[in-house]
Design a protein around this ligand. Structure first.
Ligand code: PHE
Length: 452
């Protein structure tokens, strides 16, 4: 196979760069996460099936892809981290301060994302060893017992060490290699599981729940949910795609990359739904989302399936891959920042940032039924607070900064994106008007200030 030699800018031979496919796979790895696996299928099923799916595609096109492209061009144009890139392009400190906020957001997200990623690893091992499945077991209390113990700390540490080691190996030797192996592997396992799921008795009921179009269910609320999810699913608003963009070769077309990443994200979400619902419905279980679906409903289904521990193990391995390839991209944001800010080597930065992130995540790990579970200021556990503040407040804010920066402050965005004429105009309309207004609406809706 021909090795991609065009990976580095001729002028900057020493700087870290992705290869073309390496970048696309790494960005897909970031965007395909737990959101695709346990959130998207459920919200689709609940809000009108294929009708919602179409709405989601529209949201992806009018908000998701323009902001994704904007983040990547800021990174590649600025050639810095999620804070300095803004400064490099305008010379204005205030933008660097906004960028710093994104770095902090990523750090906080990683602190609890590592906990959830750890749960998926524990379940993979438990499933493959058969320990998870007992006839007549109550999978809800099984999960709560596990999450409330100290074992999650061990798995959180494993996740931190894996991500830290990948990042320490650098952009092409670490991040790119990791995703090049895992993302195609992911697709293969997903397709195997899809065939298994679709051939279960009663599978069609699950497919119908997921995809049967029901346009009467589309309303303002489903539109806001679709928008919010398009944003989250593409890993926007916290500097991930910006930081990855800073390692992209100047000759790579970011417009085509944007389309490839959006398409990849959709395909993985679609197949995930075709795995989950046929499985859940075939065993007469209630579909749901998030923790309840992955750690309570699905284990019950796998326990009743022939070779269930193998299929269950494969399913949790998928969740683990989805979570790990996203986690790597999240942790890279503060790692890249620390390298530049304090002049640390990549390995030093990876070790220090991972270690501190692990410590900061401990309270989250222990607050899901653990020793800190009873501490719920304002009705939310520490885990829920970190999730709420980062996903609902900090990420929309970060997204707003990106749209306003590219739409108004930085005049040369079109050149860096390689857009002119119609496409440039359309992109600018999206960034100046459509995206900021819609992001603001998602924000107001998710913090409860806007009722629809
Ligand atoms: N896009 C990921 C998902 O769909 C989540 C994520 C958000 C990853 C932000 C990185 C940054 O689950």
């Amino acid at each position: 196979m021909k090795k991609q030699q065009d990976a580095s800018d001729p002028k900057n031979g020493t700087e870290e760069r992705f290869s073309k496919t390496g970048f696309i796979l790494a960005a897909i790895g970031s965007s395909v996460g737990l959101g695709n696996m346990w959130k998207f299928p459920y919200i689709t099923g609940k809000h009108g099936g294929a009708a919602f799916f179409l709405l989601f595609i529209v949201c992806l096109i009018i908000v998701g892809l323009p902001v994704l492209l904007a983040e990547m061009v800021i990174g590649r144009g600025g050639r810095g981290n999620a804070s300095t890139s803004f400064y490099n392009l305008t010379g204005k400190k205030v933008w660097a301060a906004f960028g710093l906020f994104a770095v902090l957001t990523a750090f906080m997200i990683m602190s609890y994302y590592a906990v959830v990623a750890g749960w998926t690893l524990h379940y993979t091992v438990q499933s493959l060893t058969g320990l998870l499945f007992e006839p007549g077991a109550d999978y809800k209390s099984k999960f709560l017992d596990f999450a409330g113990s100290y074992t999650p700390l061990f798995w959180q540490a494993v996740v931190t060490v894996v991500c830290g080691s990948v990042l320490a190996k650098g952009v092409s030797g670490g991040i790119e290699k990791f995703n090049k192996i895992l993302i195609p592997g992911f697709l293969i396992i997903l397709i195997v599981l899809m065939f298994r799921a679709l051939t279960l008795p009663g599978a069609s009921e699950g497919v119908a729940f997921f995809l049967k179009p029901d346009f009467s269910k589309l309303d303002a609320e489903s539109a806001l949910i679709a928008l919010g999810h398009a944003f989250f699913s593409l890993s926007l608003g916290m500097g991930c795609m910006l930081t990855y963009g800073s390692y992209v070769d100047k000759r790579q077309s970011l417009g085509s990359a944007t389309l490839a990443i959006g398409f990849g994200d959709l395909v993985y979400a679609l197949i995930a739904g075709l795995v989950i619902f046929p499985t859940v419905f075939s065993f007469g279980l209630e579909p749901g989302e998030g923790v309840g679906l992955a750690f309570m409903a699905l284990p019950a289904a796998f326990s009743k399936m022939y070779l269930g521990s193998v299929f269950g193990g494969l399913f949790f391995a998928l969740l683990a891959i989805a979570a790990l390839t996203s986690a790597v991209s999240i942790l890279e944001v503060p790692v890249a920042f620390a390298m530049e800010r304090w002049g640390w080597s990549r390995s030093k930065s990876s070790v220090y940032v991972s270690a501190v992130c692990f410590l900061v995540g401990i309270p989250s790990a222990l607050s899901v039924g653990g020793v800190l579970g009873g501490f719920t200021p304002g009705g939310k556990s520490i885990f829920d607070w970190v999730d709420f503040v980062t996903a609902y407040i900090a990420m929309p804010f970060g997204g707003l900064v990106v749209t306003l920066f590219t739409g108004y402050a930085w005049k040369k965005a079109g050149e860096e994106a390689g857009l002119s004429g119609f496409w440039y105009k359309a992109w600018m309309i999206a960034l100046r008007f459509v995206a900021p207004v819609l992001i603001l609406l998602i924000f107001l809706y998710s913090v409860g200030l806007l009722k629809v």
